[in-house]
Design a protein around this ligand. Structure first.
Ligand SMILES: [Zn+2]
Length: 410
């Protein structure tokens, strides 16, 4: 299992599959189709059935049931794309066997060092095999570790028919990092009652709560007049945008909140005297508080409209995804079974709310409750991303154990 994990993982990360917000094609980048096609061939090669890739780049496959018991079809998902924050081109994975727990010089020329001072969790990996970047790119463990773990688990189950299981579906999806992954996901064609995304962080992570999320774009129209003769005439759009921001609770921002606290986050602000545009994201775990936050944004816009003229301030606000807890809580047993699987494997489950969303946040609302399980990776989306092979083995074993428990307890 170990060699197969390293072999598959290092192969997948070398293919550039960064998604792109700027693209309107599906998937947004060609590299995702390239890896998708490779995965199709590999799924067929290990003996999976009903292997498909649709025109949008969604890969699906089936591990048929090998029992006569009536068991719900369950699914495992991982995303093909990597984050847009840092380049995913020419990824060169570095394998550090029997890691000594000390600093690792990732890139001598650029002075990039992965150190326990900056990343205090590092020494806990002492003695393990960790895979890092070369300091110039992201690694893409998010989520190629998830793909690897699902592939290796399916291969294992196919080679061990003595482990009884129901019908298992797997899917590899594009464009998760830019939030478009679930948009074209055909829940009906997938045909699983429940699913799990393999898309979490360090060993033990198990998540079934996410933010409720909305985005707000506000446009301020000013009136530019020569500053020498501007008295009582000029309306500065930049200042309107600043005024709007000053009306928001200044403590409720990402850099000052954690746990279950929500926030307003100013992502971008562009402007001149004539025209300014603010882009915010709004996040809260609690449904009512989420509604209140959106109402607050609308109210401030109304106040400023009353002051500067209705036509001079425009608000565009839309919901992005919702807290999947609402859909998972009624079928909480699908979380509990993972909890037991981890315990059986000697892993301490770490259940925590995701301060973000996963594909599962949207898929749960499309009728397929989908909690999230760890892959083992650390420091996602940047050059300090790394993953332990031992954690990947454990994640693979969790998949196998969950599949086994679903049969065993049916
Ligand atoms: Zn991910």
């Amino acid at each position: 299992m170990r060699d197969e994990i390293i072999e598959r993982f290092t192969k997948y990360v070398k293919i550039d599959t960064q998604s792109s917000e700027a693209s309107s094609t599906v998937p947004t980048t060609q590299g995702q189709l390239e890896l998708g096609s490779i995965l199709v061939e590999e799924l067929k090669a290990i003996g999976m059935e009903e292997v498909t890739i649709d025109e949008n780049g969604y890969v699906m496959a089936t591990l048929p049931s090998n029992t006569t018991k009536e068991i719900a079809t369950i699914g495992f998902l991982a995303h093909i794309d990597t984050a847009t924050d840092m380049t995913g081109k020419n990824v060169s994975p570095q394998i550090h066997e029997n890691y000594d727990g000390e600093s690792i010089v990732l890139n001598k020329d650029q002075g990039v060092v992965l150190s326990p001072e900056a990343f205090p969790e590092l020494p806990t990996y002492k003695g393990q095999t960790i895979i890092t970047t070369d300091g110039a790119t992201l690694l893409g463990a998010d989520d190629k570790a998830g793909i690897t773990e699902i592939m290796v688990a399916m291969n294992y189950l196919l080679k061990h028919p003595e482990i009884k299981h129901g019908r298992i579906r797997v899917a590899f999806t594009p464009d998760e990092e830019i939030g478009r992954g679930p948009h074209n996901f055909d829940v009906k064609a997938f045909g699983a009652k429940f699913a799990y995304t393999m898309d979490g962080g360090p060993i033990g992570e198990l998540e079934y709560e996410s933010f409720n999320a909305a985005a707000a774009r506000i446009t301020f129209k000013g009136n530019s007049v020569h500053p020498g003769t501007a008295k009582d005439k000029m309306i500065n759009a930049n200042k309107m945008a600043m005024e709007f921001h000053s009306h928001l609770p200044q403590e409720e921002v990402p850099e000052k909140t954690d746990g279950y606290e929500g926030f307003y986050h100013l992502i971008s602000l562009n402007g001149d005297v004539e025209l300014a545009k603010s882009y915010y994201i709004i996040r809260d775990f609690d449904h009512d508080a989420f509604i209140m936050r959106k109402a607050r944004v609308s109210e401030i816009v109304k106040e400023l409209q009353a002051k500067y003229g209705e036509e001079n301030i425009a608000l565009e606000m839309n919901d992005q995804y919702y807290n999947m807890k609402e859909k998972i809580e009624p079928v909480k047993e699908i979380v509990d079974i993972v909890y037991r699987a981890m315990k059986n494997l000697g892993i301490e489950p770490d259940i925590r709310p995701i301060r973000g969303g996963t594909d599962g946040s949207q898929l749960s609302f499309k009728g397929m409750p989908t909690p999230n399980i760890f892959t083992g990776g650390e420091n996602y989306h940047g050059k300090f991303e790394y993953i332990s092979v031992e954690s990947m083995i454990k994640a693979t074993q969790v998949i196998i154990e969950v599949v086994r428990l679903f049969e065993h307890e049916a």
